[in-house]
Ligand binder design. Structure first.
Ligand SMILES: N[C@@H](CCC[C@H](N)C(=O)O)C(=O)O
Length: 268
C-alpha cells in the first residue's frame, strides 16, 4: 500500500495533494523534501495535506518544497476547492477561506490583507507603504501579509530584474524574521500588472496566487491600480479584486494532472 496523491497545478505552480481525511498521514520535513524533489521524488513547489476539520469542510496544510509549513497558498487553495466540491470552506493556518468552483478553476475569498509592520512581520517598525530599504538597485518596496509575508517592488520591467540572484538575498534578509516571498511587478495599466515571484522556501515559480493578491492590493493601496486587476505571471493570468476594508477575491484555473501512489518503502 502506498500514499495516494493527486498531482495538480495552478498556472504551473505545482502541487502534490494528499487527501488525508480518511487515513491520517504524518510527514517529516525530510519526507516532504524527498517528495518535492524533481529528480528523485514526484516533484512539486508545495505539498498539500487535506485533513478533517471541525470548523470547515476540510483543513488544508501547506508545506514548501524545503519542508517548512506555511500559512497560505492561493493556487493550491483553488486546487483543493476543486477536489472538495462546488462551494467549500477550507481551514488554513491563515483562517477559513471560502471557495466556489467554476468549470476549470475557482474563486477564493482570501480574507483581508494586513499592512502593519508587526503583521508582515518585519524586524523593526517602518512605513510598509514605502519602505526605506533597498538591495542592489531594487529600492523602496512595499509589503503586505495575505496569510503569508510578501514584499513587493514596482519596477519599469519585471523581466529585466535578475530575480534568481537577488530573490534569495532578500528572502533571507534579517529584516524579515519569518523570511519573505519576493514580488517584482510592473504596472502596465490600472487593471493590468506583470509579476514574477521568488517564493520563500521554493525559489522562482511559474505563478504565486498570494503573490498576485499581495501585489494587486499593494498597487491599489498606493493608487497605482483599481480592481479588478489582471495579474499576468509567467504561467498565466489571475484576476484579483479588492477594495480597501474588504476581503480579497482571487479567480483563476486549477488543473488536475494525474493521481498516483508513493511507495511507502521509498518514503521510509
Ligand atoms: N505558491 C503559493 C505560495 C506558497 C507559500 C509561500 N511560498 C510561502 O512561503 O509563504 C501561492 O500560490 O500563493
Amino acid at each position: 500500500m502506498g500514499v495516494r496523491f493527486h498531482k495538480m497545478h495552478g498556472l504551473g505552480n505545482d502541487f502534490v495533494v494528499i487527501d488525508a481525511r480518511v487515513a491520517p498521514v504524518a510527514l517529516s520535513e525530510p519526507q516532504v523534501r524527498a517528495i518535492a524533489d524533481r529528480r528523485t521524488g514526484v516533484g512539486c513547489d508545495q505539498l498539500i495535506l487535506v485533513e478533517t476539520s471541525t470548523v470547515a469542510d476540510a483543513r488544508m496544510r501547506i508545506f514548501n518544497a524545503d519542508g517548512g509549513e506555511v500559512g497560505a497558498c492561493g493556487n493550491a487553495t483553488r486546487c483543493v476547492a476543486r477536489l472538495l466540491g462546488e462551494d467549500v470552506r477550507i481551514e488554513t493556518l491563515a483562517g477559513i477561506l471560502h471557495g466556489k468552483t467554476n468549470g476549470t478553476g475557482a474563486t477564493i475569498d482570501m480574507g483581508q490583507p494586513r499592512f502593519n509592520w508587526e503583521t508582515i512581520p518585519l524586524a523593526y517598525a517602518m512605513d510598509t507603504r514605502d519602505m526605506p530599504v533597498g538591495w542592489e538597485g531594487l529600492e523602496r518596496p512595499t509589503a503586505a501579509n495575505v496569510g503569508n509575508p510578501h514584499v513587493i517592488f514596482f519596477v519599469p520591467d519585471t523581466y529585466a530584474v535578475a530575480l534568481d540572484a537577488i530573490g534569495p538575498v532578500i528572502e533571507t534578509d534579517p529584516l524579515f524574521p519569518e523570511r519573505v516571498n519576493v514580488n517584482i511587478a510592473t504596472v502596465r495599466t490600472r487593471n493590468a500588472i506583470d509579476l514574477r515571484v521568488w517564493e520563500r522556501g521554493v525559489g522562482l515559480t511559474q505563478a504565486c496566487g498570494t503573490g498576485a493578491c499581495a501585489t494587486a492590493v499593494a498597487a491599489i493601496r498606493l493608487g497605482l491600480a483599481g480592481g479588478p486587476v489582471t495579474v499576468t505571471l509567467p504561467g498565466g493570468d489571475l484576476i484579483i479584486d479588492w477594495k480597501p476594508g474588504e476581503t480579497i477575491r482571487m479567480t483563476g484555473p486549477a488543473t488536475h494532472v494525474y493521481s498516483g501512489e508513493i511507495d511507502t518503502g521509498w518514503l521510509g
